[in-house]
Design a protein around this ligand. Structure first.
Ligand code: ZN
Length: 299
């Protein structure tokens, strides 16, 4: 079947939506009821329209195509985009539709950040994505040069967006821009929890967790990197397990936070505190809180 045929695009979108829903069904511990459930029983997927965008609407998911130098790339083939839109369905279904009139409300940056987190965490459920991330960085996600080099050339938008260093005071009022520190804090927490497990297993140097990475000498840097690289070569399965555990602790906390949030009155500070409160693991909770504080979300 031609991957650009309409029939294939429809099946591909359906499979991606199903994949993301299954993951978040598990994190939430219950089935997701569409927020449009009273009006429509099923989600309608429109795999290709003449439009350079994708959109989650009331009862439908509509996808266009981007035009890159005359080559049409259907969003129906883009997992990042589909998973992001499913993220909007999940947050609206769990929280309800907000009755807000102000464009300044924190619900909007929250909603973009949550959707990017859904996309990022769902991507990390593909073996191929985790394998590539770990192989290209040799297991070293904390020595950020490695990760940033990977992210810069990564075809996945959510990895590029997640490796940002923005704090709240450096953002504009635009919701996508304001959502970046939250996404960054979530990604940093996954990386932190992952590295703490490596240290516990003896696969990374414990000093890595205490030093300011910007102040490392080249020798120290090489020493730290060397230990992790050697361990990764011989024990790559443990690295994968550590990353998957970190992913699920943070994913579960994000899903759990939805239970206590009101979309009409929420602030990003409240959302961050709700995520910390919903974290089961003590180390993960401590890392999430520290990263939200560094991002100036928790004040
Ligand atoms: Zn969005």
């Amino acid at each position: 079947m031609d991957p650009k045929s309409r029939a294939y695009l429809g099946v591909h979108v359906y499979a991606c939506v199903r994949f993301v829903l299954d993951i978040w069904h598990s994190y939430l511990g219950r089935r997701i009821r569409w927020f449009f459930d009273p009006a429509f029983r099923r989600l309608e997927i429109i795999p290709l329209v003449d439009w350079d965008n994708a959109h989650a609407g009331y009862g439908y998911l509509e996808l266009g195509a981007s035009d890159v130098g005359g080559v049409l790339r259907p969003y129906a083939l883009n997992f990042d985009t589909i998973a992001h839109e499913v993220g909007h369905f999940i947050s609206l279904s769990e929280l309800g539709i907000p009755m807000i009139t102000s464009r300044e409300a924190d619900f909007f940056p929250f909603s973009e950040a949550f959707s990017d987190c859904v996309s990022l965490i769902s991507l990390l459920h593909f073996d191929s994505a985790v394998d590539r991330l770990l192989r290209r960085t040799q297991g070293n996600l904390l020595l950020s040069n490695e990760l940033n080099r990977f992210a810069e050339t990564s075809p996945e938008t959510q990895i590029r967006l997640a490796t940002n260093f923005r704090r709240m005071s450096e953002t504009t009022r635009e919701p996508h821009d304001r959502s970046l520190p939250f996404l960054g804090a979530i990604f940093d927490s996954i990386v932190d929890v992952y590295h703490r497990q490596l240290v516990r297993e003896g696969f990374a140097d414990p000093r890595l967790l205490d030093v300011d990475l910007r102040e490392l000498t080249l020798d120290q840097f090489d020493e730290f990197r060397g230990l992790t690289e050697r361990s990764f070569r011989d024990r790559s399965l443990y690295f994968k397990l550590a990353l998957e555990t970190a992913r699920d602790q943070v994913g579960g906390a994000l899903a759990g936070s939805l239970r206590s949030l009101d979309p009409n009155t929420m602030t990003l500070d409240q959302v961050a505190r709700a995520v910390v409160a919903a974290t089961v693991d003590g180390v993960a909770a401590e890392r999430l809180e520290a990263n939200f504080v560094w991002r100036e979300i928790i004040r």
